[in-house]
Design a protein around this ligand. Structure first.
Ligand SMILES: [Zn+2]
Length: 109
């Protein structure tokens, strides 16, 4: 993997924290709270018509999948899922759940 153990530990921690935020919101939404605004504020990709809980579940799955990649030392982590471009450590430390380069941002997997 391109990232050293230190960077991977930081990225893993950040992904765990993000997962916690998403899981908390999901629990609140499932509990009947209107958290549409909070979900919107996260800026998650969502297809038209997706319910907040669907958006949160998809985002949580995504974050969990990336965390498993970091833990496994998978070289695909930190690369664009379309073209394979290396996103770079600085960008990943800013948005550890990024998985697309600028050209391919917004494209669904
Ligand atoms: Zn790309």
């Amino acid at each position: 993997m391109r990232f050293d153990a230190d960077a991977r530990a930081r990225l893993r921690r950040m992904l765990l924290d993000r997962g916690q935020v998403l899981a908390t919101l999901l629990a609140e939404v499932l509990g009947g709270k209107d958290r549409a605004r909070a979900v919107e504020a996260l800026g998650l990709h969502a297809r038209p018509g997706m319910r907040p809980e669907e958006i949160l579940r998809a985002a949580l799955d995504h974050v969990e999948a990336l965390r498993r990649m970091v833990e496994a030392g998978d070289d695909g982590y930190g690369r664009c899922h379309v073209c394979g471009a290396d996103l770079g450590l600085a960008a990943m430390l800013e948005v550890p759940w990024a998985d697309a380069c600028r050209a391919h941002a917004g494209l669904a997997r």
